[in-house]
Structures are given as C-alpha cells and as structure tokens.
Design a protein around this ligand. Structure first.
Ligand code: UD1
Ligand code: UDP
Length: 356
C-alpha cells in the first residue's frame, strides 16, 4: 500500500522515526513535513539523528496564528494528496500539523490512521485537545499508546479500528538507551554539571509562556531551588522570555534546544525533571526520574497514579513541595507497552483495507 505520513513539529519527528522504519519494510511511504518547526535544532537535527528519510515534501508553512497556520497547511497537504493519491494518510500526536493532515485527507475521502490516539487532557483551552478530538473523530485506525487512551475513545463512542499498541516514543527510548551513559559524560563536561545534582527543565505550553506572570513565578521558584538547573529553551519560550524581560536566577542555565539522545541522557541523570512537555513527562517516567509537571492536568495520568509525576501548574508552593518529595517506590508496571509499538502499527496496517 501507499501511505503519506504527515509531520511538522519536534515530537512528531521522534514518533515518525520508528513507524517509518517499520512501514518501509513492506509499504511505500511518502513523508510530508509541513514546516511547522523549521529551525535546524527543532527539525533537521532530528531527521539526521533519528535517520529519518528526507521528507518528500516540505511545505514550509512556518509559524503563525492557529487559523492561518492550519489553513495554509490544509491547502498545501491537499495539493500533495491530490498528486500522490495514497491509500491512507498517517498522522501523529496532536499538533496543528496533525489536525491539518487529518482534515485534508478525510475531505478527499482518504482514510486516516492516527498514531497516539485517544489522549485527553479534558482542557479544551489547549489547542492540542481540539486537534486530538478532531483527528480521532475522522480516523479509521486509531493506535493508542495506553489502555487509558482506549477508554477515552470508548467514552466518545469510538470503538471501531482502535488498538492499544504501546507508545512509539518508548520504542525510540529502548533503542537508544545503551548509548545514553556515553552521551551523558559529554554533556556533564560541557555543561559543568554533576549527575544527580541538577534539575532539567523544559517549558513551552501557552498556559506558561503566554502569561508573563506564570513565567515569572516559575523563574523565581527555580531560582530558589539552590541547585543547578539546565533549561533547553524552546524558541517560543526564548522569544517570550526576552519580550517579558524575565530574569532567570544565576543557577538556571538557558541553552538552545538539544538533540534527542542528549536530552534523554540529561533526563536520566537529573535529580528531578520539571516540564510542561507531554513527551518529557513520559520519558522521565520510563527513565525512572521523578517528574514535576508545570501544568494542572496531564495526558499521561498513569505517571501520576504511579507516584512518579506531580501536577503543580505554576504555583510556587506546589513546585517547591514537589521538589521535597522523596523518590517514590518503583512502579508496579509499565503502562506504555513493550517498545514494539511501531512494529505492531505496521502489522495492523498490513491487513487494513482503508475505506472512508
Ligand atoms: C507546537 C505544538 C505543541 C507541541 C510543540 C512541540 C501546536 C498548536 N502546538 O507548539 O502541541 O507540544 O509544538 O514542541 O501545534 N518557533 C521558532 N522556530 C521553530 C518553531 C517555532 O522560532 O522552528 C517559534 C515561533 O515564534 C512560533 C512559536 O515558536 O510562533 C510557536 O511555534 P508553533 O509551532 O506554532 O507552536 P509550538 O509552541 O512550537
Ligand atoms: N526534546 C529534545 N530536545 C529538547 C527538548 C525536548 O530532544 O531540547 C525531546 C524530548 O526528549 C521529547 C520531545 O522532544 O522526546 C518532546 O517534545 P516537546 O516537548 O517539544 O513536545 P510535546 O511532547 O510537549 O508535544
């Protein structure tokens, strides 16, 4: 069969890598990059490191308000789909590229498969929540990372074509894990940090970055920790933190976005991870590092239920209390599958007869 895989943002490149590899062993795949992320460190670095084939199309949509960005993606993807006429389209996660890919395909009566289906934060002010709901509604095959995701779909009446395959990011993590200690050594030297004695931070959600007071509260609280903080800064956050004139304390080290293996190596060696990223919460859990989530809800409730993640928003007292928590007991099970999600997706697609 012929598939078009549509990606555009950093976490989607990571999710695409194992799926593309498994898919290409038996099918034809065309990769469309919408250009939602375009800085080398947010985009091409991931294609190189994860050995993802060069995109067949880069629509170079870039940044913009939601309607404009998604609309331009819709038009660009429609052109590609009319030219390529695939049997089905594969979309990943919950970004505007996911929404545009799913909508463009279904309007042309091309079936959609959604990788990472069924996640819900139940917060409809998050752009990702709308993207997920729409993508799931129009998808014919829905690949869930967890049982919780399957239950969310069932609660919305979606039961056909649903399969729990595990998490494709765990596939990647499992594959690169042996290389992490070597990576870590290099990072410790270049950043001047000691393993187990630094906090790794990422922030990019609108709830934190679009609200200068939230960002100021987080900056002030991180400055009070009395420990080194390594903060690879998302370009959105870089822009806004400069615009607001936020002062990050002396022990908070702002660095440019880093490669995936270096990021995993830092996550694994950190005393604690503090983040509003979806992927980073999950990776911290899988690497056995307690996570402090700078949000009020999560799409990964299993990590909270296991005691390895705490939701603190941007509330200073809650953040500081979370840093004082002891390391919880080892989780009883891994809710994210066996690290073979991509292979299971490819096998499911082998026997799929895509129809709309
Ligand atoms: C997007 C996704 C979010 C995901 C995140 C992963 C949506 C609505 N949001 O958020 O779900 O968690 O990617 O990182 O799809 N920018 C650059 N260079 C780049 C990319 C972005 O400078 O290569 C800056 C621009 O100022 C841009 C801003 O970052 O306006 C936001 O980028 P955008 O892709 O719209 O959303 P993200 O915040 O990256
Ligand atoms: N990541 C990375 N370098 C960084 C920051 C994040 O490789 O500087 C990786 C991280 O390990 C995870 C993914 O990017 O695999 C998460 O992406 P992001 O936080 O941008 O998006 P989200 O998961 O919140 O949608």
């Amino acid at each position: 069969m012929k598939f078009v895989s549509i990606v555009g943002a950093r976490p989607q490149f990571i999710k695409l890598a194992p799926v593309s590899r498994a898919l290409r062993r038996r099918h034809q795949e065309v990769i469309v990059h919408t250009g939602q992320h375009y800085d080398d460190r947010m985009s091409s670095a991931f294609f190189d490191e994860l050995e993802i084939p060069e995109p067949d199309y880069n629509l170079e949509i870039g940044s913009g308000p939601h309607g404009e960005q998604t609309g331009r993606m819709l038009a660009g993807i429609e052109d590609v789909l009319l030219r390529e006429r695939p049997d089905a389209v594969i979309v990943f996660g919950d970004t505007n590229s996911t929404l545009a890919g799913a909508l463009a395909a279904i309007k042309l009566h091309i079936a959609v498969a959604h990788v990472e289906a069924g996640l819900r934060s139940f917060n409809r002010t998050m752009p990702e929540e709308i993207n997920r709901i729409v993508a799931d509604q129009v998808s014919g095959r829905l690949f869930c990372p967890t049982e919780t995701a399957r239950r969310h779909l069932a609660a919305e009446g979606i039961t056909e074509g649903v399969e729990v395959v595990g998490d494709v990011m765990y596939d990647v993590l499992r594959q690169v894990r042996p290389a992490l200690p070597g990576r870590a050594e290099r990072m410790f030297k270049s950043l001047g940090i000691t393993p187990g004695e630094f906090v790794l931070v990422t922030i990019h959600r609108p709830a934190n970055t679009d609200d200068p007071e939230a960002m100021r509260r987080i900056a002030a609280t991180l400055g009070e920790l009395g420990m080194s903080v390594v903060f690879p800064v998302h370009p959105r956050t870089r822009k806004l933190t400069e615009q607001y004139g936020i002062a990050w304390g002396g022990q908070v080290r702002l660095v440019d976005p880093i490669g995936h293996q270096d990021m995993l190596a830092l996550e694994q060696a950190a005393y604690r991870v503090a983040t509003d990223s979806g992927g980073v919460q999950k990776e911290a859990f899988l690497l056995g590092v307690p996570c402090i989530t700078l949000r009020e809800e999560t799409e990964w409730p299993e990590t909270v239920e296991a005691g390895w993640n705490v939701l603190v928003g941007s509330r200073p007292d809650a953040i500081l209390a979370a840093f004082r928590r002891p390391v919880p007991p080892a989780p009883a099970r891994n809710p994210f599958g066996d690290g073979d999600a991509a292979e299971r997706i490819a096998r499911a697609l082998d026997v799929w007869s895509p129809t709309v």
